[in-house]
Design a protein around this ligand. Structure first.
Ligand code: SF4
Length: 367
């Protein structure tokens, strides 16, 4: 079996090695037995997966939007009832309605694929052109689930990430978002021959929607309904033909384009960042260096306490016990259980499946 490291596991490793050691599928692999709290961000992302589902992109909004709302509620109602859940349902419903109202005035792309699992061989930075192997000869793979791959009017591909945020993120934080750059690399490695232009950071402000001004009456592209670009164009050169990047569009691409384009409308902010080859290569090398560290049997598993992430950490109690020099084994045994052998993602609508332009994608190579 290959050694798979998911994007969330990599993030945990970079955040706090002790937390990573507790929770990683490749380490102690512990999951709490307590009910999961509501995850508003996940529920909105699930709703947007339906909103941008390529197979329904050309359908009329009155058919699709009820399914979008249903997807949100399905995720929220999967967790146990609580006052927090009810409050998040109310807030999330409001955010979703704001998104539905305002996104068409921003969307200038067509959805190509949603919730797609990609995986890439991690390079061995000590030996150029070779993949990293574990000490027992297993391949080391980096895995990620991409919320949305979109294509613009110039037939350029963009990795789109949705995020509900308590406040707008600084541009520098998005420019330095290594996970987003790694997603570009992993996509290109999974779908050989495709070149990703960059990342689109789709932020939704977690805020009550008072005094938002008049609703937009036109879509960004002039296309009625949810805006964006059609899956099928009546010209005969339709967007669902196997040649995704049409020669006339390639010729008419704007030079290098701006590195960053950012727009804020209502509770939505779009930041489009063009990612260079050098940037993607740097991220690849960094993943290679981090994975080498993860595989090191002598790795020091020190904690990295921070008010930014410790309050949300499910391992606070055993971590405190270890910090105080006591044994957390009993607590771990009573409140945690072993997770699945590999980081498991629940299959979601359209993941690896049908719809719209999926038929035109080159198949991923067998891993
Ligand atoms: S409580 Fe903080 S320091 Fe301890 S494991 Fe969790 S994230 Fe790390």
């Amino acid at each position: 079996m290959d050694y798979r490291v998911s994007a969330p596991e990599r993030a945990a490793f970079k955040r706090c090695r002790r937390q990573w050691d507790f929770g990683s599928a490749q380490r102690q692999n512990l999951q709490t037995v307590e009910p999961a709290p509501p995850d508003l961000n996940r529920a909105i992302c699930d709703a947007l997966a339906v909103y941008y589902y390529p197979g329904m992109w050309d359908w009329q909004s009155h058919i699709v939007l009820p399914l979008v709302r249903k997807a949100f509620l399905r995720t929220m109602e999967a967790v146990a009832p609580s006052p927090i859940r009810e409050a998040d349902i109310e807030l999330g419903t409001d955010l979703l309605e704001q998104y539905i109202a305002w996104a068409p005035s921003l969307d200038d792309f067509g959805p190509l694929k949603i919730e797609t699992d990609v995986e890439a061989l991690v390079p061995d930075i000590r030996q150029p052109d070779r993949g990293l192997l574990t000490s027992d000869g297993r391949r080391v793979l980096y895995t990620e689930r991409i919320p949305l791959l979109a294509v613009d009017a110039s037939d350029e591909y963009w990795v789109v990430k949705h995020q509900v945020v308590p406040e707008w993120q600084e541009l520098e934080a998005l420019l330095l978002d290594e996970a987003a750059v790694a997603a570009c690399w992993a996509w290109e490695q999974t779908y050989l021959g495709m070149s990703i232009a960059g990342t689109v950071h789709n932020e939704i402000l977690r805020s009550p929607s008072d005094e938002l001004g008049p609703l937009p009456t036109e879509t960004r592209t002039g296309r009625p309904g949810r805006g964006g670009y059609d899956q099928n164009e009546p010209s005969g050169g339709g967007r669902s033909i196997p040649q995704l990047q049409r020669p006339e569009r390639l010729q008419n691409r704007p030079g290098t384009g701006d590195r960053v384009e950012r727009e804020t409308i209502s509770l939505l902010r779009r930041t489009r960042i063009r990612r260079s080859r050098a940037e993607i290569e740097t991220a690849t090398q960094q993943i290679g260096a981090e994975l080498l560290e993860m595989l090191d049997p002598e790795l020091a598993l020190y904690p990295t306490p921070s008010p930014a992430h410790c309050p949300q950490c499910i391992f606070v109690a055993p971590c405190l016990a270890m910090t105080e020099g006591t044994d957390p084994t009993l607590d771990l045994a009573s409140r945690f259980r072993a997770g699945p052998a590999v980081a498991a993602y629940e299959p979601r609508l359209g993941a690896g499946g049908s719809g719209g332009r999926n038929i035109a994608m080159p198949p991923p190579p067998p891993m």
